[in-house]
Design a protein around this ligand. Structure first.
Ligand SMILES: Nc1ncnc2c1ncn2[C@@H]1O[C@H](COP(=O)(O)OP(=O)(O)OC[C@H]2O[C@@H]([n+]3cccc(C(=O)O)c3)[C@H](O)[C@@H]2O)[C@@H](O)[C@H]1O
Ligand SMILES: Nc1ncnc2c1ncn2[C@@H]1O[C@H](COP(=O)(O)OP(=O)(O)OP(=O)(O)O)[C@@H](O)[C@H]1O
Ligand SMILES: [Mg+2]
Length: 272
């Protein structure tokens, strides 16, 4: 089996999807898992980007359907800007589209900045802009788990195949979650689902950004990765990509296996 085929199997990608069928199966998954868990709903950070818009809307649909059959459940959308976010208008647009039961807003700046200052003092060196970015992602995770703990909710993660393949998420930051409704989707398949759901086009044609750096706000994921989402999606959908792109993708996949596994122990074989 080729490495491309193995990766497609591991990440459960499909070459072709029907958007309405994918929406139904992912909403059903959220509903069934929530009932089984006995939790009271979901919480998710809404950034104004494509992935949280999609996962948030699916969560809201799921809880509305469960309420129709008598369950007392809700979806809490949480804004987690670091100070003033450049695409705040998109975050507001995403919230209008999702129409969540509850909204909370937390500015993570104070917490992150106090931590960065404390790091500088205690470790006698400044935290790099890159590592501070990962602290932002982890403070967002802490906030979502605090809300989940208070309300007996589950934390939704927005990881999908085009991020999982390169490990392009912060370990135990945005990678720390309870349930992944977008697993297996490529970035363009996520756009298809948003279109089918009637989302404002602006929210899925915009440049994907982790937006974690002070020094490079709104930096495009594709710039940091040196790989385009079209290349990642083509690879994940079983299409041919250039040798150069395949090499970069496969190297990153193999290097980031630790992000797709539980912490390594001597009983595991995946790392050997
Ligand atoms: N082989 C190995 N086995 C077990 N653990 C290993 C390991 N190699 C590193 N590690 C651990 O992993 C750590 C590095 O991983 P991590 O802390 O995640 O850091 P890292 O992967 O270096 O950085 C996170 C990346 O994800 C991107 N990101 C983050 C958040 C959101 C998005 C987005 O798409 O929006 C993107 C971000 O731009 C950056 O490129 C190391 O410090 C080490 O602790
Ligand atoms: N400013 C923010 N406010 C709230 N949540 C955020 C913020 N930034 C990141 N997150 C959370 O972290 C997740 C990972 O970020 P990521 O950039 O991969 O997704 P996105 O912003 O939803 O979509 P895109 O990849 O298209 O930018 C988001 O889906 C969201 O849940
Ligand atoms: Mg983003």
């Amino acid at each position: 089996m080729s490495l491309q085929q193995r990766i497609m199997n591991d990440l459960h990608t499909k070459s072709n999807i029907v958007a309405s069928t994918e929406i139904e199966s992912r909403v059903n998954f959220l509903k069934q898992y929530l009932i089984q868990s006995k939790a009271k709903g979901f919480v998710l950070g809404i950034s104004g980007g494509q992935d949280s818009t999609l996962a948030g809307r699916l969560a809201q649909i799921a809880v509305e359907e469960l309420r129709e059959s008598g369950h007392i459940v809700k979806f809490v959308a949480v804004r987690l800007p670091y100070g003033t976010q450049r695409d705040e208008e998109d975050a507001e647009l995403a919230l209008s589209f999702i129409n969540p039961d509850d909204r909370i807003s937390f500015d993570v700046k104070k917490t992150v900045d106090v931590f960065a200052e404390s790091y500088k003092t205690n470790a006698s060196q400044p935290l790099s802009d890159f590592n501070k970015g990962n602290v932002k992602a982890r403070v967002r995770m802490i906030t979502q788990y605090a809300i989940a703990g208070q309300g007996n909710l589950l934390v939704i993660g927005t990881d999908h195949a085009a991020e999982a393949i390169t490990g392009f998420f912060t370990k135990y930051g945005d990678g720390g979650a309870d349930i992944l409704p977008l697993a297996g989707l490529t970035k363009r398949q996520g756009k298809m689902l948003l279109k089918e759901l009637g989302a404002p086009e602006r929210l899925y044609v915009k440049q994907p950004t982790a937006d974690l750096l002070d020094e490079k706000p709104q930096q495009a994921d594709e710039t940091e990765l040196g790989i385009t989402y079209d290349e990642l999606d083509d690879y994940l959908e079983g299409k041919a990509v250039s040798d150069d792109a395949a090499k970069k993708i496969e190297e990153r996949y193999l290097q980031t296996e630790h992000k797709r596994q539980l912490p390594a122990s001597l009983h595991d074989e995946w790392w050997q």
